[in-house]
Each structure stands twice: as C-alpha cells, then as structure tokens.
Design a binder for this molecule. Structure first.
Ligand SMILES: C[S@@+](CC[C@H](N)C(=O)[O-])C[C@H]1O[C@@H](n2cnc3c(N)ncnc32)[C@H](O)[C@@H]1O
Length: 224
C-alpha cells in the first residue's frame, strides 16, 4: 500500500474527502494572529493546504517540508511564500522565528525522534501544533480508529481511507500517533511549556483527554 504522505496527489485527494481534518484550521490561524508575529515558519507544509490559508494573513512566511515532491505541489498553491527543503528531525529551526507551526506532522514523526523534533522546533519563540492524539494504553490506537470508522458509517470512501491509515498505523509505517500523556512527557523532555491547549474535536465525547484533534501553543526555549 502506498503511504498517502509520500504521494502529493493521494494526500490532496484524501484531504478533499476528509473535511473533518480541516476543523482546527480557524482556531490555529486565530492562535497565530494572537501571537502578533513578525515571521512564521511552517514545518511539514505538505501540499500547502494550510499554507495557502495562513499566507492570506500576509505575515512573512517560510513553509518547509522534508519531501521535495510535496514542496513542488505547495509552490503551485501559494505565491507570497518562501519554500524550503527541511528535515525538522535533523536540523533545528532558525532562532529568529516568532511562530513555528505544524498541522498533522507530529504523528508522522517516529516516536524515538519526537523529542528531538520538538527540541528543534523549540528554537522559535512560539510553537503551534495541531494534531490527533489517541487514548492511553495498548488499545488506544484501536479505540481511536474504531471511533472514526463509526462516525464515517455510510460513507465507503471515508471508511476505506480510515482503514488504510489504520493499517499503516498498526504496521508502524509512517503513522505514529501517541496519547496526550506521552506528548506531555515529550514536552517535559524537550523543555517546552504549554501556553494554551484546546480540544478541537470531537466535542461530544465525555472525556476530552481520551482522543481527538488538539491544538497547542507552546513556549519555545526563549519563552520559558
Ligand atoms: C499528513 S502531512 C501534513 C501536511 C500539511 N501540514 C497539512 O496539514 O496539510 C505530513 C507532512 O509532514 C512531512 N514531514 C514528515 N516528517 C518530516 C520531517 N522530519 N521534517 C519535515 N517535514 C516532515 C511530510 O513530508 C508530509 O508532508
């Protein structure tokens, strides 16, 4: 099976169908505005779906990704953005960045690299992360995907996409979602602090710590 994060067309197609994945964008953009940045740096911009929305704010924006084929696609979407090939596990962010942000990148970083990744982002003054988290424990991944398969009932396209992602996650091929407690431990080890946290969706579950899309604003090393 092709991993959808290796193929820009597959990724775009997936995002077009999964409108649920855009539900945190407006909160993320509001967080960026509230931070009054001079410059912004996106890590893992992918095909530029979020980049083009953030570019409308008219801040100085650099968007980066580790995959050159994704950068080619994102350049077609945005004009007033500087693009850069950057592996954020290997190379730290420039120290003069006000806000670094990433959407759905953290869960594609291998668990053993996550602290290094956060430390590299921590050079910026503020870090905004939007991502999915799973329940604690061995069954967490299963509970997360069962929940989503249930809400997608009746839509074969969404069910098939979710099953593909689930299979990649179980095989540990490019999908490495963690629980919030694991994320908090990574933050502690990387020396970053939580300035703001919001559960984006699902709002209807009783325990917001259980699973879902969460938005974080973190203080970087200079902000601690
Ligand atoms: C699920 S896509 C998200 C793309 C985009 N942020 C969005 O929300 O549409 C994950 C992206 O993270 C990128 N990525 C994965 N590991 C990375 C790393 N070490 N450094 C920079 N980008 C990375 C992938 O190439 C891919 O484009």
């Amino acid at each position: 099976m092709t991993n959808y994060t290796d193929d820009p067309d597959l990724y775009d197609n997936r995002m077009r169908l999964m409108s649920i994945d855009s539900s945190g964008d407006s909160d993320l953009i509001q967080c960026i505005k509230n931070l009054n940045p001079i410059n912004l740096y996106e890590v893992g911009c992918g095909t530029g779906i979020l980049t083009q929305k953030v570019a409308k704010l008219n801040f100085e924006l650099i968007a980066s990704d580790v995959n050159p084929s994704f950068l080619i696609q994102s350049k077609k979407r945005c004009s007033n953005v500087q693009f850069k090939l950057h592996d954020a596990v290997e190379t730290p962010i420039d120290e003069n960045i006000d806000v670094v942000f990433c959407r759905f990148v953290y869960h594609h970083i291998k668990n053993e690299d996550k602290v290094k990744f956060l430390r590299n982002l921590g050079n910026a003054r503020n870090i905004v992360i939007l991502d999915y988290f799973i329940p604690e424990g061995d069954t967490g991944l299963r509970i997360f995907h069962d929940y989503r398969l249930n809400i997608f009932q009746g839509n074969d396209n969404l069910i098939n996409l979710e099953k593909d992602t689930m299979h990649l996650a179980f095989k540990k091929e490019g999908e490495f979602k963690v629980s919030l407690n694991e994320f908090y431990e990574h933050l502690r080890k990387s020396g970053l602090t939580i300035k703001y946290h919001k559960l984006i969706e699902p709002q209807e579950i009783g325990n917001p710590e259980l699973l879902g899309m969460h938005l974080f604003v973190l203080g970087g090393k200079k902000n601690v």
